[in-house]
Design a protein around this ligand. Structure first.
Ligand SMILES: NC(=O)c1ccc[n+]([C@@H]2O[C@H](COP(=O)([O-])OP(=O)(O)OC[C@H]3O[C@@H](n4cnc5c(N)ncnc54)[C@H](OP(=O)(O)O)[C@@H]3O)[C@@H](O)[C@H]2O)c1
Length: 332
């Protein structure tokens, strides 16, 4: 698979990564099956999708434990990205950015992942009670101690914390500029997909000019852009899409023209090319340091998504995608 690099250290990874979250968190927990997920991770590594994106809170903890079973055998084939800073409580998810907690959490992640080094350690969310520089300083110490190779910052929560009138990533960029003063940022993880392109306005250009890698989370629009979800499909109560404004039956129906457009592009490239692959090829085409991390727990999806790296969209394809309707269903 084509390789892309992350940060100044130029850490090389397969251009399409694997988002491991659906194996243990969100998305219909009753359908999460450990053995199938294990096969899916092996399939990703076989295909060259080396970047495995997880977090200690997925499960919680079970996603890292699952990956540990693979890494024990295939550490040198993988690039492990995990995250710190969110704790799952009985009722709420809370941020914890205290330096002592970060140090303990890193040791615990290393044990669960059955490895002695994390390739990319990401701050999942900044703790509003702690200056972000303090949390980042503790993470930098982990690099100096050889427990972590590079640091990243997640901006996936930007939508829920946006101030009225502000652009989606204004606050993220301010936060990035603060932590850059303490230790270099190697990667940023944020939502980027055909129906959520806001990161293209300011965040991706900010990363580009600094040679910072960009992990595109939710590149398949939480599954919608694959065209395999039918409007009115029932989501289980613990699936966040059950409360997501774009996943009501009405909004899914209203947004169908986007899927139809992706399918139209796919058809021009061959009968086996899918809307999911076009959605991923579009994300890949947004910049040389963009690495989509599509979430999947099935081997079939993993293989299909990895193959998107070979799909080259034409000018006509890109124009058609740019002209697709703006997604309906607001979070604001
Ligand atoms: N940093 C953060 O705060 C944050 C937040 C959200 C996500 N992320 C990262 O981003 C990754 C991706 O985001 P995501 O998983 O939320 O959304 P996504 O990648 O946009 O979509 C995942 C969904 O698409 C389905 N799918 C995957 N490939 C498919 C294909 N080829 N055909 C049909 N369906 C397919 C999956 O189904 P199955 O589940 O059935 O396999 C899953 O339900 C996560 O796994 C996680 O690593 C990070």
């Amino acid at each position: 698979m084509e390789r892309r690099t992350i940060g100044a250290a130029a850490l090389a990874v397969g251009a399409v990564g694997l988002g491991c979250m659906p194996m243990s968190w969100a998305y219909s927990t009753s359908r999460q099956r450990g053995e199938e997920s294990l096969r899916a991770v092996h399939r990703a590594l076989d295909a060259g999708s080396t970047l495995l994106d997880t977090a200690d809170m997925y499960g919680p903890f079970t996603n890292e434990l699952l990956l540990g079973r693979v890494l024990k055998e295939r550490r040198s084939d993988a690039f492990v990205s995990t995250k710190v800073g969110l704790l799952v409580g009985d009722q709420h998810i809370v941020a914890n950015g205290r330096p002592g907690y970060v140090r303990r959490a890193c040791d615990a992640s290393l044990r669960r992942l059955q490895t002695d080094v994390i390739d990319l350690y990401q701050l999942h969310r900044a703790d509003p009670e702690i200056p972000v520089e303090e949390t980042w300083g503790a993470m930098a110490e982990l690099v100096r101690a050889g427990k972590v190779r590079a640091l990243g910052l997640c901006a996936v929560g930007a939508r829920s914390s946006r101030r009225p009138g502000a652009r989606l990533h204004d606050a993220t960029i301010r936060q990035l500029e603060r932590v850059q003063q303490v230790f270099p940022v190697s990667a940023v993880e944020a939502e980027l997909s055909v129906w959520s392109p806001e990161a293209l306005e300011t965040l991706l250009p900010w990363c580009e000019t600094r040679g910072i890698g960009f992990l595109a989370a939710m590149p398949l629009g939480n599954g919608f852009l694959t065209g395999t979800l039918t409007p009115g499909v029932g989501f289980e109560a613990d699936d966040p899409r059950a409360r997501h404004p774009r996943f009501t039956a009405e909004m899914m129906a209203a947004n169908q023209p986007i899927v139809v457009g992706l399918r139209r592009v796919a058809r021009r490239h061959g009968e086996h090319v899918t809307a999911a692959q076009v959605a991923l090829a579009w994300v890949l085409s947004r910049g040389r340091q963009v690495i989509p991390v599509p979430g999947a727990k099935r081997e079939r999806w993993v293989a299909e998504n990895a193959a998107a790296v070979d799909l080259r969209l034409t000018e006509r394809d890109l124009t058609e995608i740019a002209e697709l309707p703006t997604a309906q269903g607001s979070w604001d």
